[in-house]
Ligand binder design. Structure first.
Ligand code: MLT
Ligand code: ZN
Length: 455
């Protein structure tokens, strides 16, 4: 839909001329996703500074029949926050409201505040924030709530939904939901905060959230554990959860990924020899986390080498072998990023067979495996494929569905996975999705191409 001329003037009335971007040079960074695989186009980016302005912008766009894509730090990986169909972009990065309640252990923040800023504010007040992810200094509260972001410590603290005590959002109807009182117990009907979390901006736009904080962990230990095979690593990931109460992360990668990371980042290899599979295991808490982790590691089968770190710089070095995977793989060209979950007892089988499944449908593709093994969540990155050649993606997601898994463990559906949602969602659930969408966004202006095909 071409932008009606008078709409621009009305948007400027609401947010000011400097916050309505139309210059192609200024639009570019809002239309391409971080990975470079999803490149959209738009005529306008609007940057409101508070929820009243968000509501006014939404009203104007709804009246003009112009759809909006909400965007925070633009760190999404499934084409859900870029205008793939020429929508207007609603950038929420200026919503920077900040209020920490040190007594209650919670923080109420605007959608545009980054996760890194929440973590730092929490630490200054003697608390911690349970969600952490590699994109912490760009990813925003609005985006992580809208996508129910997971990250590195879901195992210990749960996903973003598990931190969410309240929310403020503008619905597609123009109504405003505002419940940021932060009460730990409030059992009074539909949990709208939970519903908006993971809705990917399809019901309306999150403008603020109240998040719970957790006790800090002064004692920390990281172990990089090498295994003789992926099956042994997958089995260990399950077992560890039972063996150490202070366990805070169990991350997975394999030899090819580690070698690429070392080569691209110029890092020394962690062990004298290469091994088929690795777990990065972290313990955090206020007691003897080192002793607890050592005991847990002893219970594992198939371990061939271990490197342990308790001091900050060395712990960060070990983490880097895992966290740098995303950046290292991106140097090979925009990857196809699949992000799947498996039931724990099928994880080893999946890791062992997925490479062959890819090669069968796309012999030219290279498969990279890493992820959050402690939650049964694996990132399958495919390189060497044209952006729109999805035969291998389909083969992997078919395998996931056969094994009883989910086609998205953490990145969400976006525009990238719409065609596969029905693989692991029953018709009754999809019908309920469509009913909710119609009720909250009857005019179809809130991220209409995401999650489900437009009505
Ligand atoms: C990660 O686990 O590193 C993130 O989900 C990003 C990615 O999948 O590349
Ligand atoms: Zn991840």
């Amino acid at each position: 839909v071409p932008l009606p001329g008078q709409l621009l003037a009305q948007l400027i009335d609401v947010v000011g001329a400097t916050q309505v971007l139309t210059d192609p040079g200024q639009l570019a960074s809002f239309t391409t996703d971080w990975s470079g695989r999803f490149v959209g186009h738009t005529d306008v980016v609007v940057r409101p500074s508070n929820s009243d302005e968000v509501g006014a912008v939404l009203d104007l766009c709804r009246g003009a029949g112009v759809a909006l894509v909400p965007q925070g730090g633009n760190t999404g990986l499934v084409g859900g926050g870029v205008p793939m169909h020429g929508e207007a972009v609603l950038s929420l990065s200026r919503l920077g409201h900040f209020e920490l309640d040190a007594t209650a252990g919670q923080i109420t923040v605007g959608a545009g505040v980054t996760i890194g800023a929440v973590q730092r504010a929490a630490a200054e007040a003697g608390w911690a924030y349970g969600v952490d992810l590699g994109s912490r200094d760009s990813a925003t509260v609005g985006g992580t709530v809208s996508t129910n972001a997971g990250g590195l410590r879901v195992l210990r603290y749960g996903d973003t939904r598990a931190q969410l005590l309240g929310l403020e959002a503008v619905l597609g109807t123009g109504d405003v939901v505002r419940n940021v009182s932060g009460l730990r117990r409030d059992n009074t009907g539909y949990q709208l905060a939970s519903l908006f979390c993971g809705a990917e901006g399809t019901l309306g736009f999150v403008t603020a959230a109240c998040l719970r904080l957790v006790a800090p962990s002064p004692e920390q230990v990281v172990a990089l554990v090498a295994f003789e095979g992926v099956i042994e690593a997958a089995n260990a990931a399950s077992l560890l959860r039972r063996e150490a109460a202070s366990l805070s992360a169990v991350e997975f990668f394999v030899s090819t990924g580690l070698e690429l990371v070392c080569q691209v980042m110029g890092l020394a290899a962690p062990f004298a020899q290469s091994h088929p599979a690795y777990l990065l295991v972290e313990g955090q808490g206020q007691g003897d986390v080192v002793g607890e982790l050592a005991g847990a590691l002893q219970a594992l089968a198939g371990v061939v080498d271990v490197a342990v770190a308790t001091e900050t710089p060395r712990r960060a070095e070990l983490w880097r072998y895992r966290e740098a995977h995303t950046e290292a793989i991106n140097t090979l060209g925009a990857p196809h990023k699949l992000d799947v979950a498996l039931p724990p007892e099928r994880l080893g089988e999946f890791l062992r067979t997925v490479g062959a499944t890819v090669t069968e449908s796309a012999p030219e593709a290279k498969t990279w495996l890493f992820g959050h093994a402690g939650d049964g969540s694996v990132h399958v990155n495919l390189t060497g494929l044209a952006p729109d050649d999805e035969a291998a993606d389909d083969a992997v997601l078919t395998l996931v569905a056969e094994l009883g898994g989910s086609i998205s463990a953490e990145h969400g559906i976006g525009t990238a996975k719409v065609g596969w949602l029905a693989r692991t969602k029953a018709p009754g659930s999809l019908a309920a999705f469509a009913t909710l969408k119609r009720a909250f966004d009857p005019d179809g202006v809130c991220n209409p191409h995401v999650l489900m095909p437009p009505a």
